[in-house]
Design a protein around this ligand. Structure first.
Ligand code: DGT
Ligand code: MG
Length: 369
C-alpha cells in the first residue's frame, strides 16, 4: 500500500493547448522557482531555455494536486533534466541553489529593473548594464539619449511597475468604450489579455476593437486616439499600422508571431473620479499612469484576434506549435492556413478555431499556461 504521496498522477498531454491551466494551482513554490530561471533565460535572450522552463512550469500548473516527491512526476511530459533537478532540490531542501543565486545576482536585478522601464528591451538593458547602469536612477544620471517611449517609461516608472487591478481595468474599459462609441457607433470593444483569463491584476490593460460591418474599422484607431487625447486621457501613445496582406494561395509572408493589426501602445492618465479605488496613487496625487494596449481588427478576423490576444503568451506559442507540427497548419492572430488543403480556414468563434485545430475547447480561464 502506498500513501497519497506515492500515488502516480495521470500523465498529462504535452501541449499546453491540450489541457486546462487554471489561474490557481497546487505547486506555487515549484512554479515560482522555475519562473525565476525562465525569466533569467529570457533576459539573457536565451529563448529556447526560457521556453523549456515555462513549459515545465505550465505542466505543474495543470496538475490536480501538490507534488511532494519528484517520483510522482514520472511519465509527465515537458520536464527536462534541468527542470527536474530544480524541482527535486526545492522539494528536498526547500530552495534551489541556482534559483537563489540568480535572484541575488546583480545582473538579474539590474536587468529586471531596466527592462521594467517601458520601451526598454533585453538588448538595450544589457548594453546599459555593461556600462555600469543598474537602475533607472543610474540611467537618468548617465545622460543617455532616450527615445520618446523610454522617456515616458522613466517618467512614470513607479506607477507602471505597480500591478493594474481589475477595477482599474474596468474603469479604463468604460473610457475606451465611450471613445469608441463617440467616433464610430456600433463598434465594440472586448477586454483581452490576462484580465480576460480571470487575472485579478496585470501589467497592462488590453482591448480589442472591431465593427460588425467589415471595413468600417478602417481608420478607427486614429479617431479613438484623437478623442482620448482631446479629453486628456493620454500621457503617451504610439500607433503602429496594420500592414497585413492576405493572398489567395498562401501566406503573403513567412508566418510571423508579430501581428499586423493597427495597434496602439499607450499610457493612460486615470483619475480618482474614474476609478474610485486609486489607493495606490502616491501622496496627494489624484491620478495614476496605466499601460493600455488597443488593437483594431476587421470583423472577419475577430475570432483569430480574440484567440491570439487572450494569451497567455505560452498558450499562444503552444497553439501555433500544435497547429504546425500536428496539423500542418499556420495559425496567426489573423487566420488559419491549412498547408495540406492550401487554403485559409474561416472561423467565427474561438470554439470553431479549436475545432478546426482538432482540439477540445479551452475557455480563457483555462489558458493560464
Ligand atoms: P499581463 O498584462 O502581464 O497581465 O499579461 P497578459 O497575458 O495580458 O500579457 P500581455 O499584456 O503582454 O499580452 C496579452 C496577450 O496578447 C499575450 O498573451 C499575447 C498577445 N500579444 C502581446 N503582444 C503581441 C504581439 O505583438 N503580437 C501578437 N500576435 N500577440 C501579442
Ligand atoms: Mg496584458
Amino acid at each position: 500500500l502506498c500513501g497519497a504521496d506515492e500515488l502516480a498522477v495521470v500523465s498529462l498531454p504535452s501541449y499546453a493547448c491540450q489541457r486546462h491551466t487554471p489561474l490557481l494551482h497546487h505547486n506555487t513554490v515549484l512554479i515560482d522557482a522555475l519562473s525565476i530561471l525562465a525569466e533569467n533565460a529570457e533576459l539573457s535572450e536565451n529563448e529556447g531555455r526560457g521556453v523549456a522552463f515555462r513549459r515545465a512550469g505550465a505542466l505543474l500548473k495543470s496538475l490536480p494536486q501538490e507534488i511532494r516527491r519528484v517520483e510522482q512526476l514520472r511519465g509527465q511530459p515537458c520536464l527536462g533534466d534541468h527542470s527536474l533537478r530544480v524541482i527535486k532540490e526545492v522539494l528536498e531542501d526547500g530552495v534551489c541553489c541556482e534559483v537563489e543565486t540568480t535572484k541575488e545576482s546583480r545582473q538579474f536585478k539590474a536587468m529586471k529593473a531596466l527592462t521594467g522601464i517601458f520601451g526598454v528591451g533585453a538588448k538595450t538593458a544589457d548594453r546599459w548594464f555593461r556600462e555600469g547602469i543598474h537602475t533607472p536612477s543610474d540611467l537618468q544620471r548617465s545622460g543617455h539619449n532616450l527615445n520618446r517611449a523610454q522617456r515616458a517609461g522613466v517618467q512614470y516608472y513607479d506607477d507602471l511597475n505597480q500591478p493594474v487591478r481589475k477595477a482599474e481595468a474596468d474603469a479604463i474599459g468604460l473610457i475606451v468604450e465611450k471613445a469608441v462609441s463617440e467616433v464610430l457607433p456600433g463598434a465594440k470593444i472586448t477586454l483581452i489579455g490576462g484580465f480576460r483569463r480571470g487575472k485579478e491584476t496585470g501589467h497592462d490593460v488590453d482591448f480589442l476593437i472591431t465593427h460588425p460591418e467589415e471595413g468600417r474599422e478602417e481608420g478607427l484607431m486614429a479617431k479613438v486616439v484623437s478623442w482620448l487625447e482631446a479629453q486628456g486621457f493620454l500621457l503617451y501613445h504610439k500607433t503602429t499600422r496594420n500592414s497585413y496582406l492576405e493572398s489567395k494561395d498562401g501566406p503573403a509572408r513567412p508566418p510571423s508571431n508579430m501581428d499586423r493589426f493597427e495597434r496602439c501602445f499607450s499610457i493612460f492618465r486615470l483619475t480618482r473620479e474614474e476609478s474610485s479605488m486609486l489607493s495606490q496613487c502616491s501622496g496627494s496625487r489624484s491620478w495614476m499612469a496605466v499601460r493600455v494596449d488597443m488593437v483594431v481588427s476587421p470583423y472577419s478576423q475577430f475570432a483569430f484576434a480574440l484567440l491570439g490576444w487572450t494569451g497567455s503568451k505560452l498558450f499562444e506559442r503552444e497553439l501555433r506549435r500544435w497547429a504546425v507540427h500536428e496539423r500542418a497548419m499556420t495559425l496567426s492572430s489573423h487566420t488559419l492556413y491549412d498547408s495540406t488543403k492550401r487554403q485559409y480556414l474561416r472561423a467565427n468563434s474561438e470554439e470553431e478555431i479549436f475545432a478546426l485545430l482538432g482540439l477540445e475547447y479551452i475557455p480563457p480561464c483555462g489558458r493560464n499556461a
